[in-house]
Design a protein around this ligand. Structure first.
Ligand code: M6R
Length: 600
């Protein structure tokens, strides 16, 4: 995910900005840039790839004395990772860095079409809009306020302008931004790490806050009202700061899901439907069926997606494990849309399967988290999941965002072939917009799972069971547990237990039962009762009270099965993590596993 830094002061501004960006490297990025203003002189540097490339570009430049500067690491969402698309973006005399997504950028760009746009990004509209307002209002502060009032979506913004060369204008809505100070030195960053060792005290901006800073002075506003910053001491260490105060990156990533899912949806959903810039009628013309191909967690997202596409868009879907698909001599037909799913975009088996589909002349679509990865480059079209870098080997936020793309894709396809009525589409959109709530980790829920986990550290195995789309979720829950706790776990369709696995039932067999209120509740309940009657230990996850459960994790009473799905996904991730932590395992780097499997 993108990172932001800013500085006003007399220390070596180039070093402060570059070192600040270095602290944000862990978040992942594909290009970076800085802009420094000293009196009326503006120096801007951008580079694709690692920060070393940016450093190299700046080596001839040595700033002297006071300066104002902004910097950015970019994780591509709108437009490829190129120098033109890297931040800072410039107007005629102003420069901006931005995290988040401006949802109405196309509309603004259309209005400003007389201006010279050079990038494919949503961010560039901010700086052009600012300069247009400045022509009208002649006051940079007012122009900045008018600019942010026009923006829809999420943003953390820093803007500098030759119209007021000693200031930084800043604003926050939906993306994090912190302003810090040490005497007259002013610092900005999108997370704590770059501020440690520099700013003595910091103010964490709230959504809707904006302002203007100059040496020794920060003016803060909410709407038109000036407000005092709430400064607090910055005392945490760097490692903790990178993990956002969480014990593991996996934990941080579980907590992040509620925010990143909004980024996945941004610009793609509106009140009456789904719109993908990445797709069009022409591309999907003549497609009669879909094959989804992936590995591991991405496969589980794909399998879940197959239920959604069939149920909502009424298009036949088959889901294939990439390592199997490659060698099964599959029958490939031209009217099949071939969809690959991958967090990293580098998984060897998935990449090879994609090559086979392309060679056979199929239309291909990648759902991926990393722009410019091998899979994105090879596929005809790609939809980015926008989850930001995922560091934990056990995938969490990549999974939930992949599924969101598949859910949106199902509705998009349903719109194309009219398999859903407008009212039904509206219901899906409403449920999608509620997903951030379902993914939010509730403290009391986390505490309960933490306590309960101590009962599940032994036994002769776990069965995760569910029906319909909750079956692939059961597979994913079991995979999470296996990967980080090293305990044996299997995902199974609840209705299939009686065809064999029920023979294993005894008190040492732990059953994690996903009991959706909205999908086959009574049927699942019967299956769980059969296991309980044979003394299996049952941990039920449901919104409906269930007396036979030995442990019960109550989720919210949602009226759409996907909201239950998302909340249960969080429960399963937390359960696996808490068990693994109790067993003393390295949750972020479990034994024998690699984050990206680039070999067969
Ligand atoms: O990068 P990909 O999504 O293609 O990776 C696929 C699998 O290797 C990956 O999902 C793996 O199963 C994870 N460790 C799951 O947590």
């Amino acid at each position: 995910m993108c990172g932001i830094v800013g500085y006003i002061g007399s220390k070596n501004i180039k070093t402060i900005l570059l070192e600040g960006l270095k602290e944000l490297e862990y978040r992942g990025y594909d290009s970076a840039g800085i802009a420094i203003m000293q009196d009326d002189d503006l120096h801007i540097f951008k580079a694709v790839g690692k920060l070393d490339n940016l450093q190299e570009k700046t080596k001839e430049y040595e700033p002297q004395g006071f300066g104002v500067g902004i910097g950015h690491t970019r994780w591509a969402t709108h437009g490829k990772p190129t120098e033109l698309n890297a931040h800072p973006h410039m107007g005629e005399y102003s420069y901006v860095v931005h995290n988040g997504i401006i949802e109405n950028f196309k509309e603004i760009k259309e209005e400003l079409k007389e201006r010279d746009f050079v990038s494919q990004t949503d961010t560039e509209t901010i700086v052009h809009l600012f300069e247009e307002y400045l022509k009208k209002y002649e006051n940079p502060q007012e122009a900045f306020h008018k600019t942010i009032e026009r923006l829809e979506g999420a943003y953390a913004i820093l803007l500098i302008t030759k119209a007021e060369p000693y200031k930084i204008f800043f604003a926050k809505k939906g993306s994090p931004l912190i302003v810090g100070r040490d005497g007259s030195e002013i610092y900005f960053a999108s997370s704590d790490a770059p501020l440690i060792g520099h700013a003595k005290e910091v103010h964490y901006l709230e959504d809707g806050e904006w302002g203007v800073a100059k040496a020794g002075n920060i003016e803060l506003f909410k709407g038109n009202t000036p407000i005092p910053p709430k400064f607090q001491k910055l005392s945490i260490n760097k490692e903790l700061a990178q993990k956002g105060g969480f014990r593991f990156f996996m934990e941080k990533e579980i907590y992040e899901q509620s925010d990143v899912i909004t980024e996945t949806m941004m610009g793609r959903i509106c009140d009456d439907g789904i719109d993908f810039d990445e797709l069009d009628h022409e591309f999907l013309h003549n497609i009669s069926n879909i094959t989804i191909c992936a590995c591991g967690t991405s496969f589980h997202a794909g399998l879940s997606g197959s239920y959604l596409i069939e149920q909502l868009a009424k298009i036949p879907v088959r889901t294939e494990i990439a390592s199997e698909f490659r060698y099964k001599k599959p029958v490939l037909q031209k009217e099949t849309l071939f969809v690959v799913i991958s967090q990293s975009g580098e998984t060897a088996d998935t990449l090879e399967a994609l090559k086979m589909a392309k060679d056979a002349g199929l239309k291909t679509l990648a759902i991926c988290n990393v722009d410019n990865s091998s899979i994105v480059r090879l596929a005809d079209r790609s939809i980015l999941t926008r989850a930001g870098i995922e560091k934990g080997v056990a995938s969490t936020k990549a999974f939930t965002t992949q599924l969101m793309v598949l859910w949106m894709l199902s509705v998009y396809l349903a719109q194309q072939n009219s398999s859903l009525a407008p009212k039904e589409i509206e219901e899906e959109i409403h449920a999608m917009s509620t997903t951030p709530k379902a993914l939010k980790v509730r403290q009391e829920m986390h505490e309960r799972i933490k306590r309960l986990s101590k009962r599940y550290l032994h036994g002769h195995g776990f069965f995760y069971i569910g029906r319909d789309i909750f079956y692939p979720l059961a597979l994913e829950g079991a995979l999470k547990l296996k990967e980080i706790s090293y305990l044996h776990a299997e995902g199974y369709p609840a209705g299939e237990m009686k065809h064999g696995p029920i023979a294993l039932a005894d008190p040492e067999l732990f059953t994690i039962a996903l009991m959706s209120k909205n999908k086959l509740y009574e049927k699942t309940k019967n299956n769980v009762e059969e296991l309980s009657a044979r003394d299996a230990t049952i941990c039920a996850i449901s919104s409906q009270e269930f007396d036979l459960a030995d442990d019960f994790i109550k989720i919210n009473d949602w009226n759409h099965f996907m909201l239950e799905y998302y909340e249960m996904a969080v429960v399963l991730q937390l359960l696996a993590m808490e068990i693994a932590i109790r067993l003393g395992n390295d949750v972020d780097m479990p034994r024998n596993l690699a984050k990206s499997v680039t070999v067969e």
